[in-house]
Design a protein around this ligand. Structure first.
Ligand SMILES: [Fe+2]
Ligand SMILES: [Fe+2]
Length: 485
């Protein structure tokens, strides 16, 4: 049995936040989670299947995506070791909340027992009622975040995002934390059960990224940014593999772009590095080769590109040997100059490390895991003073969370990883009156199966930490950009 540092931190974070979960989960709260779905033993035995883990993972202005899993009768979910899913029928019923009764809008069957259904053709900014069913059993949520009385899964209602009416400027995809070469998924591992790829399977980090890129291409998006932790431990063969997979999508600097993460600055082969500055690695006890500079982007250099009518800027916030982030003076000067030369141009920035106090306070890794605070403030001030800068996206925490700017009103957001649960990419669609940010699960069968498996990471707690609220995963940020660009 092994427990990774991230798993340890996450379990500790969840324990520390259990009071909040109990509060937000309503009367059923922790007690309900502890006993699975709060159903009696005779309830469970009488069911043909248990339909559980209901999530409204994606909502756009015109579509919604539901997922749930079917388990053998009598199984209880929520937290614990992995439980096998069983094949079952699937049905989605839907209606406008202020309209007629529910109608069946999807019927199918899932051999894997993991159900992922996308319903399109919806009206923007409307509230819908829904139910998901398998074998005559209604699917129910099983997590604190989905049983919260405000959550769509608990209410049986969701609201589509408002449509952006302004001129379309650009659409691109975003992912982060691909961790190519990672041997096992984060979490508690017992033998090979639950969290590792099966012997003979493609390594899961490559499979996840390949599937993600296929999904992005199927969704007709031609540009993607990979926001750091491209490799797991900065080994040359991990870069070879990352490039092999990415080059299948297109060309670096044309179809795809990268920023550097802390894992791309690892002592090669070490799975984790100490997050605190001033310890052994900093003092030069460990030599760290700079493969990222040779293969991808030179160290501490930002890049800029134009996608449609939007400028994208990638920052290198990684520092050799540390989990936390830094931007050196030279890079900061260059970014200031870039923005000052064209301050009105619609701009979105990317950095692996989150910048806000909110990110620091809500993550057990604390300040040493995030951007240096003085530099965070400096960059937030630059963003706030530059009218064209609309958003700054981060990875690193592997969770979906909208941050709160400490200075100004720039949108700061952390995005879920490619690597494991819930496993998907972010679509950013920019118009002159705002941008729409939506999270989309990777839809290849292998990836959906992996998502089912990694739902049990960290004793089943991982989704509580990584999934975020529906409004973290899917939202519209309103702003106004003059049309003459
Ligand atoms: Fe990461
Ligand atoms: Fe990271």
């Amino acid at each position: 049995m092994s427990i990774s540092r991230r798993a340890y931190l996450s379990v500790a974070a969840l324990a520390a936040s259990s009071v909040a979960i109990a509060k937000t989960s309503g009367a059923a709260g922790v007690g309900r989670m502890a006993s699975g779905l709060g159903l009696t033993e005779s309830d469970l035995k009488s069911m043909a299947v248990l339909a559980s883990d209901l999530e409204v993972v994606t909502v756009t202005d015109t579509s919604v995506a539901f997922t749930w899993a079917t388990y053998a009768p009598g199984v209880q979910t929520a937290y614990g070791f992995a439980k096998p899913t069983i094949p079952a029928s699937e049905e989605v019923r839907l209606a406008l909340a202020d309209g007629a009764s529910l109608k069946t809008v999807h019927e199918g069957f899932s051999e894997s027992g993991y159900h992922h259904v996308v319903i399109g053709g919806l009206e923007p900014d409307r509230t819908y009622r829904f139910e998901c069913w398998s074998e005559g059993v209604k699917a129910l949520p099983s997590l604190g975040v989905t049983m919260n009385k405000q959550a769509p899964e608990a209410r049986g209602e969701f609201t589509t995002l408002p449509a952006l009416e302004g001129h379309h400027l650009a659409t691109f995809a975003l992912t982060n934390d691909t961790h190519i070469g990672k041997p096992n998924h984060d979490g508690i591992r017992i033998g090979n059960f639950g969290l590792s790829a099966e012997p003979g399977d493609q390594p899961f980090s490559s499979m996840q990224l390949e599937g993600l890129l296929k999904t992005v291409a199927t969704d007709e998006i031609g540009t993607i940014v990979v926001n750091g932790d491209c490799t797991d431990s900065n080994r040359p063969e991990e870069y070879d593999e990352f490039l092999r997979v990415m080059n299948g999508f297109g060309e670096l600097g044309k179809q795809w772009f990268v920023t550097r993460g802390n894992h791309d600055n690892h002592p090669p082969g070490l799975p984790n590095i100490n997050g605190r500055r001033g310890r052994g690695i900093r003092r030069g006890k460990t030599e760290i080769p700079d493969y990222f500079s040779k293969r991808l982007i030179p160290t501490q250099q930002h890049w800029t590109t134009q996608v449609g009518d939007v400028r994208l800027i990638g920052l290198d916030t990684a520092e050799f040997g540390y989990a936390g982030g830094r931007i050196n003076e030279r890079q900061m000067r260059a970014v200031r100059a870039e923005l000052a030369a064209d301050p009105e141009r619609p701009t979105i920035m990317f950095a692996h490390h989150p910048f806000t106090r909110d990110a620091v306070r809500s993550h057990i890794g604390g300040p040493a895991f995030m951007m240096d605070w003085e530099q965070s403030l400096a960059l937030q001030r630059v963003a706030a003073a530059t009218p064209g800068v609309k958003g700054v996206f981060a990875g690193h925490t592997h969770r979906s969370r909208r941050g709160i700017a400490d200075v100004g009103s720039t949108d700061f957001c952390e995005r879920g990883s490619s690597l494991g649960y819930p496993g998907g990419y972010t679509r950013v669609r920019v118009h002159t009156d705002g941008y729409q940010v939506t999270f989309h699960r990777t839809r290849t069968p292998e990836s959906l199966a992996w998502s089912t498996k990694t739902r049990w990471s960290m004793f089943g707690l991982e989704p509580e930490l990584m999934l975020g609220k529906i409004s973290d995963r899917n939202y519209v940020q309103h702003f106004r950009i003059p049309v003459a660009l």
